[in-house]
Design a protein around this ligand. Structure first.
Ligand SMILES: *[C@@H]1O[C@H](CO)[C@@H](O)[C@H](O)[C@H]1NC(C)=O
Length: 198
């Protein structure tokens, strides 16, 4: 259960795999939600080896359940290999202040010691990578070789799903810092707002 929830969080924060929320979030009561005003930026040092170059999601708002179109590209100048740590900071705006959502059941502002391990649990090695990664020959396990990774515009259906209890109306900021051996490799910041009937 612990690992499962970690995977859920990984899915929610991993920008490129936003579509995966649909496949991996299974926690609390089912309800519909709209995600709007999605934006992203790299927040690392200029010489960080891993950067996102493009991430486009449409429509705006994104409705769950509903259709999502996504494209993304990113690059890394170093091989990303195990252990690959990620520190997530999740904040919600409450009465004009940004309040950190704590790490509870491995969801929220959590530290993950090895994302490679989580990927292996989510997608058993030896199995085809999930679509559309498989179609475009993109890897879904460590190590990720140095290079440029591009996901062309792809359509997804976000099914009815259970979302975390804290995902109520409001503005959110998520920052993920990727690192290995005490070195920062990349940093991504995502902001969005949620309108839900939660
Ligand atoms: C994550 O946070 C811990 C504790 O603050 C720190 O020791 C570690 O270096 C951080 N890792 C990354 C990838 O930022």
């Amino acid at each position: 259960m612990k690992n499962y929830l970690a995977v859920v969080t990984l899915c929610m924060v991993s920008s490129m795999l936003v579509n995966r929320v649909a496949q991996c979030v299974k926690t609390r009561s089912t309800y519909s939600a709209k995600m709007l005003g999605f934006s992203w930026e790299n927040c690392g040092k200029p010489d960080d080896p891993a950067v996102l170059k493009n991430l486009a999601l449409s429509p705006d708002p994104i409705t769950i359940p509903g259709d999502l179109t996504a494209s993304a590209s990113g690059s890394t100048t170093v091989e990303l290999t195990t252990p690959l740590a990620v520190n997530v900071t999740l904040e919600k705006e409450v009465a004009g202040f940004w309040v950190k959502v704590p790490c509870v059941d491995e969801i929220g502002s959590c530290h993950y010691s090895d994302v490679c391990n989580l990927l292996n649990q989510l997608i058993p090695p030896g199995q085809d990578c999930p679509e559309p990664l498989h179609t475009y020959g993109m890897p879904c396990h460590c190590p990720f070789k140095a290079g440029v990774y591009t996901l062309p515009e792809s359509g997804f259906y976000l099914p009815d799903m259970d979302l975390p209890y804290w995902l109520t109306n409001g503005h959110y900021k998520v920052q993920g810092v990727l690192g290995a051996m005490e070195k920062e490799l990349g940093c991504l910041k995502i902001t969005f707002a949620v309108h839900s009937n939660n």
